[in-house]
Every structure is written in C-alpha cells, then in structure tokens.
Design a protein around this ligand. Structure first.
Ligand code: ADP
Ligand code: MG
Length: 276
C-alpha cells in the first residue's frame, strides 16, 4: 500500500447530498478506509439515523451504545463515544444509533442548535488527519451541524437519470451556511458514483457534471460494482472485502486525489448560476 501525503491540519470532509441512495455512505466508509490504509488517522462520524456507516465499519451501534446523539445533547464527549474500527488500524468511528432519528426535531429547541457537532469536534482530544461525516439524506439540522463543523463538502453524484436534480438547492444551502454560520465552507470535491462506462446515460451525466464543475470533480469515478454493494453485509468496506476489485481500486485512486489536492480552496465562482 502506497502512503499518501498527510495534511498539516485536520481536514473535515462533509459527505452530503440530500438525495438518498447516491453513495454517500459507501463513499464515506471506503474513502476513510483507503486513507487509513495509506497511513492517515481517520475518524468517520455517522450522522445518519440509519447507521449504515456504523454497520459497514462493523462498530457496535445498538440502542444502548453511546453515540453521536449523546454527543449532540452533551451527555458524552466525542472521546467517550468513538470506537476503533476492527481490523483497520488508525480508523475510528463515532456511531449512530436509533436515538438519532429524533434528533432533527429535538435540536430545533436547543441552544446553539447548528453548532453542537462543531463544538464537540473542537474539544476532541485525538488528533486526526481526516474526519469524514456521513450525512443523512436531507438538508435538516443534522446536515447543517456537519456543515458548520467542517470546511470541505464532498458531494457524491450518482451517474443516473435525475442525478443533477436538487444540486442547485444543495449549493444554495451551502452558500447560506457559508454566509451565516461558517465562512470556510466550500465544495472541495465532487465524486461520480455508480458510473457505468457502457451506458450512454452514465457518460452523459459524467460529462455534464465535469463541464459544470471542472475543478471539483475527481478524475476517478467509482464504477458500479457488486463487490462494493455486497461488502457492508459482511460488515466490511470493499477495501478489505476485495482490495483488488474495480471498486476498491477506484476508491483508492479517489483517496489519493483527495490527499494530493490538499485542502486547496476551489473557486466558487459560477456555482450559483448552476441549474440542473
Ligand atoms: P446513500 O448513503 O447516499 O443513501 P449508499 O452509499 O447507501 O447511498 O448507496 C446506496 C446503495 O447503492 C447501497 O445499496 C449501496 O450498496 C449501493 N452502491 C453504492 N455505491 C455502489 C457502487 N459503486 N456499485 C454498486 N452499488 C453501489
Ligand atoms: Mg447513507
């Protein structure tokens, strides 16, 4: 395994797209595993009540396990809930439990409701190279908390029909949060997922996204692959389940691009004009 350059300071990547099923969780866990396998220390924060990232990383997340919910309500600190991911050194996970399902509503009436995750992260003692936050499929307060806690947004885009639907709304929300809550927030990375080079639709979507976001889209696209989709049912990432599969290779390439690009800020110019 080739080692990758490590960032000077912690990079927080918010993996967001309010559409479900576009590959947010798959991207979060596989990029995190790739970065960790390349020598970085990585924390995954599971911010989706479904807990799919926790499942894929094989960390306990039944109802009684201290979780990100307890962190948000300040019952526990981040250090108290983070678990080591089995079999992947340097990879950690802050799990989500079913408690999180009510958090979106509970947060509404809480003090500093948008910045609770950010506050918890700033007092996290372990020094990470990367923190990846797996967002739920909505633009509610959980996603807002992630976007206040981190500077970089990573948007997975599924190479399918309607892929770009909702993207202008996502970008608009990012602009709002940047203007009011987090001046550092920007879209650093766009990753094409479930790409099938044999279909015209896939290649057309990919081309369209690359035209609109030439600086943000990674050159590696993640192919549709059975190995990728079956890995979570074995409590594994594809990086451990089948490290030589096309999906694992693509995620490793994407991780390398992300590491090499550094946290370099990309121009937001033109993003507001984007219409799907
Ligand atoms: P999200 O978190 O955005 O809802 P997921 O990461 O859970 O999306 O992916 C949605 C579904 O698509 C899951 O069943 C997942 O296993 C599958 N999937 C994701 N990426 C791929 C891929 N590259 N190839 C095949 N299936 C994939
Ligand atoms: Mg998900």
């Amino acid at each position: 395994v080739t080692r990758l350059p490590r960032p000077d300071k912690t990079r927080v990547l918010v993996v967001a797209n309010q559409k479900g099923g576009v590959g947010k969780t798959t991207t979060t866990v596989n990029l995190a595993a790739s970065l960790a396998q390349a020598g970085a220390s990585v924390l995954v924060i599971d911010l989706d009540p479904q807990g799919n990232a926790s499942t894929a990383l094989s960390v306990e997340h039944h109802a009684d396990v201290p979780s990100v919910y307890d962190v948000l309500i300040e019952r526990y600190t981040m250090d108290e809930v983070v678990q080591q991911v089995p079999e992947i050194p340097n990879l950690y996970c802050c799990p989500a439990t079913i408690d999180l399902a009510g958090a979106e509503i509970e947060l509404v009436s809480m003090v500093a409701r948008e910045s609770r995750l950010g506050k918890a992260l700033s007092s996290y003692q372990k020094k990470m190279d990367y923190i990846l936050i797996d967002c739920p499929p909505s633009l509610g307060l959980l996603t807002v908390n992630a976007m206040v806690a981190g500077a970089e947004v990573l948007i997975p885009i599924q190479c399918e029909y309607y892929a770009l639907e909702g993207l202008s709304q996502l970008l608009h929300n990012i602009e709002l949060i940047r203007g009011h809550l987090n001046p550092d927030l920007h879209v650093s990375t766009i990753l094409l997922t479930m790409y099938d080079s044999r279909t015209r639709l896939s290649t057309e979507v990919a081309e369209q996204v690359r035209t609109h976001f030439p600086n943000e889209v990674l050159s590696s696209a993640i192919p549709r692959s059975v190995r990728v989709s079956e890995a979570p049912s074995y409590g594994q990432t594809v990086m451990t389940w089948d490290p030589v599969s096309t999906g694992a290779i693509a995620y490793r390439d994407a991780a390398r691009e992300i590491a090499e690009r550094g946290a370099s800020r990309v121009a937001m110019d033109g993003m507001n004009d984007f219409r799907a």
